[in-house]
Design a protein around this ligand. Structure first.
Ligand code: ZN
Length: 353
């Protein structure tokens, strides 16, 4: 790009950013291209919460404050719950990882996203950070991570959703009528408060599921879903469906083995996917399949590809120009893949968000 073209792009970006009509302005033809995704270094799939704390503070220190870290709560075992923010733009995204402690791979993807987006200094990075603000709750359920449990840690729990004597299922306690001060689940309350404080346009919640095929017998590597509660408004549903199309496309094109389906989730309003849709935001679920250790690096990078694509397409407004009906072309999830390791247990609840 010539210096003149660069200046024109910058001025256009500044003009668009300063105009309230930006939210409906089509992307400029000279939007800078996305910077390349991360290189092939090994990513720790399961950093301890102490290591996560160290990494987040390191990111803050190395980014000249472009990555802001705040503690938004404490678990019942007194572990910190972190909220990281990158960008200063008007459009807001909220990414959540690891509400279920034994579904880890969204968390290392979030660390990579922060590193990539917050430390980069190319024109694309500056452009991206000027257009959007991304808030990330990095590992919403650290007790569950350390205890290798779906639930939070609460020996006094006798929950409607969760397991007596063990803990609550955090992803059932986002109901719009449940005030965070009365929420029995500190992890879910922290997410509710962050949602209220940031009022995101779109929420993306990262989980993991078991192994499934599609209807042709090919393995599903990720499943996506929008809010299915009937009271979610059409604009919120449309934005959610546009985001599922963008996520599915990013994951599918990231690796030849990737194969994305929809997720057969329910209507319960306490699930984050439904709750934040009922609040009026776009809201989606992304479930990475638990394919096994050999595929973890690919799964982390696939999650990162979805995070980056949603950020890019929010910044350049192409997300809202996707036909929401394209979500209906994402095929349904098929049958579980039986393996001798998949012994059913009371914790075996991977058919649920
Ligand atoms: Zn989950």
């Amino acid at each position: 790009m010539t210096p003149t073209a660069k200046l024109a792009t910058l001025l256009t970006a500044l003009t668009i950013a300063a105009t309230p009509a930006a939210l409906t302005t089509p992307a400029h033809a000279h939007t800078p291209p996305p910077a390349p995704a991360t290189t092939g270094h090994h990513i720790d799939p399961r950093p301890s919460t102490a290591e996560l704390t160290h990494r987040l503070h390191q990111l803050h220190d190395h980014s000249n404050g472009r990555i802001r870290i705040t503690e938004i709560g404490r678990t019942n075992q007194n572990r910190p719950i972190y909220h990281a923010t990158v960008g200063t733009g008007p459009r807001r995204l909220l990414y959540i990882t690891q509400q279920h402690g034994n579904e880890p791979l969204g968390t290392p993807a979030a660390l990579e996203f922060l590193r990539h987006t917050g430390l980069g200094t190319t024109p694309w990075h500056h452009w991206l950070r000027s257009r959007i603000t991304v808030d990330i709750i990095v590992r919403a359920n650290p007790d569950g991570h350390e205890n290798n449990s779906r639930y939070n840690h609460d020996p006094h729990a006798d929950p409607e959703h969760g397991r007596k004597g063990k803990g609550y299922d955090p992803n059932r306690y986002h109901h719009p009528n449940l005030h965070p001060d009365h929420n029995p689940v500190p992890e879910a309350a922290a997410i509710q408060r962050t949602y209220a404080a940031t009022t995101p346009d779109l929420v993306v919640d990262y989980h993991m599921q078991g192994r499934y095929t599609d209807h042709h017998g090919r393995e599903i590597t990720a499943s996506v879903m929008w809010p299915t509660h009937p009271d979610v408004t059409t604009p919120a549903t449309d934005l959610s469906r546009q985001a599922t199309v963008a996520a599915a496309h990013a994951i599918t094109t990231h690796h030849p083995a990737n194969n994305v389906s929809t997720y057969p989730g329910g209507d319960y309003p306490g699930i984050a996917r439904n709750a934040y849709g009922l609040h009026g935001s776009g809201s989606i679920l992304i479930e990475l399949s638990n394919i096994g250790p050999h595929a973890e690096q690919r799964q982390i990078r696939s999650a990162l590809a979805a995070m980056t694509a949603i950020a890019q397409r929010t910044a350049d407004t192409s997300l809202t120009r996707i036909d929401p009906a394209r979500a209906d072309r994402i095929p349904p999830r098929g049958a579980p893949i039986p393996t001798h390791e998949r012994t059913p247990t009371p914790d075996h609840t991977d058919t649920l968000d």
